[in-house]
Design a protein around this ligand. Structure first.
Ligand SMILES: Nc1ncnc2c1ncn2[C@@H]1O[C@H](COP(=O)(O)OP(=O)(O)OP(=O)(O)O)[C@@H](O)[C@H]1O
Length: 392
């Protein structure tokens, strides 16, 4: 079995005998990785960046190393950097800005705008196919709260304090629900079996210590302390604590109107904001997230659907991924990112863009992309709609 390495051990390879950051060792590792796969973290670690880093204080150099730990520790990273605190996006902008621009395909001046004005009754899936009556629809936003470190650099005490702060918020924000904690000894602690049941329902995130990207970057440190999930009584709204971001605010609705899942998510988000929590926001990049790929809206909206013809009975999931990419969408397996599709080609489809688009545009792109994707599924079935078993 693949063993995961934790940040404090992994970072030792990039320190000198006095415990200071050794830029030459970092440079050598990026060069080595470049022969396997060029991540954005690697591509933008230029000689000019090295010169800038030399001028930083010792503690900022240590932070800079932390930012790159995920990329340095994994051969398969495509981005490979995580912010460790909201200020990283300014302190290390000489490195992160070009990377963010490339990932989000931003040219010229861009300032993130927000727009939750998403029409209900417009993006209705039965308009695409009448059988898309009851589809699993999900929308989530990533959020972090001002004044706290981001998960890669929280220590155990900060993680536990953050969880308890959120438990107070859940008691006051007016939506009936229950908090389930993974923290040993927490008053709301659940058993491993209960946690697995929540995972099977697609509610709870996976054990983070099984993912080397999360362990090596420090995101998974102190697992399972300070981790948990709040779930509304009607099980349509949930909030993750302590995963890649401090908060993942989620709605899952079974139905066919994409606008309804947005409405549900926005109600939840407003409830949290009413409690007085202030989210970390950047004047240009929008909401601050641990991974630069989520900056902007922090929103990912998806549906679960079956694409047995494009994927040739699940044997060619690469094809679905390619087709989806050409439509500005991303296709994942149903177990979350990096999971595989089944023999019916069941996939989680979401728009890729998060930055430089509004929340409303994300929903519109999902709907418009699905029109084309289902059309391609019908074509792959030889034009016979009845050969497409599209429901999850
Ligand atoms: N439309 C959907 N309906 C129900 N569950 C879903 C849907 N889309 C995704 N999920 C589930 O949500 C869980 C989280 O997925 P995943 O980790 O890929 O995404 P995420 O929360 O958006 O975070 P990230 O993009 O950082 O990985 C998984 O269990 C996945 O199956």
């Amino acid at each position: 079995m693949h063993t995961c390495v934790f940040k404090n051990d992994a970072r030792k390879a990039y320190l000198d005998a006095d415990g200071k950051v050794d830029l030459a060792k970092i440079q050598a590792r990026w060069t080595e990785l470049g022969k396997i796969k060029v991540s954005l973290g690697n591509k933008y670690f230029t000689p000019a960046v090295v010169e800038k880093v030399k001028g930083l204080s010792d503690s900022d150099q240590q932070r800079f190393l932390d930012v790159m730990m995920g990329g340095l520790s994994n051969d398969d990273s495509s981005v490979g950097v995580y912010a460790t605190r909201p200020e990283d996006y300014d302190v290390f902008s000489f490195y992160l800005e070009p990377l963010i621009r490339e990932y989000h395909k931003i040219e010229g001046q861009t300032k993130q705008e927000h727009d939750w004005n998403i029409p209900v009754g417009e993006y209705v899936l039965t308009k695409i196919d009448s059988r898309l009556e009851k589809v699993s629809m999900r929308a989530r936003v990533a959020r972090n709260v001002k004044g706290w470190n981001l998960p890669p650099s929280m220590d155990k005490d900060e993680r536990i304090r953050f969880e308890n702060k959120m438990v107070e918020v859940f008691g006051s924000f007016g939506i009936p629900g229950k908090y389930h904690s993974l923290t040993p000894g927490h008053k709301n602690e659940i058993t491993n079996q209960q946690a697995d049941e929540l995972r099977n329902k697609h509610f709870l995130f996976n054990d983070m210590t099984t993912d080397n990207h999360l362990t090596s970057s420090g995101v998974a440190s102190d697992w399972p302390h300070g981790r948990g999930i709040w779930i509304s009584e009607d099980e349509t709204k949930m909030i993750w604590i302590g995963e890649e971001d401090q908060l993942r605010i989620i709605s899952i609705v079974q139905g066919n109107d994409l606008g309804k899942v947005d409405q549900s998510l926005h109600d939840l988000l407003n409830g949290i904001e009413r409690s007085g929590l202030e989210f970390a926001e950047h004047p240009i990049y929008g909401v601050i997230t641990t991974c630069p790929t989520n900056m902007g809206t922090g929103k990912r909206q998806s549906i679960l659907g079956k694409f047995p013809n494009i994927t040739k009975g699940g044997t060619d999931e690469k094809k679905l991924k390619e087709v989806a990419r050409s439509l500005g969408l991303q296709a994942r397996g149903v177990g979350g990112e990096h999971s595989n599709m089944d023999k019916e080609g069941t996939a989680d489809i979401s728009p890729s863009a998060r930055f430089g688009v509004t929340e409303a545009i994300v929903t519109k792109r999902l709907f418009e992309g699905l029109i084309k994707l289902y059309d391609m599924e019908v074509q792959a079935a030889g034009g016979n709609r009845q050969n497409c078993c599209i429901i999850y």
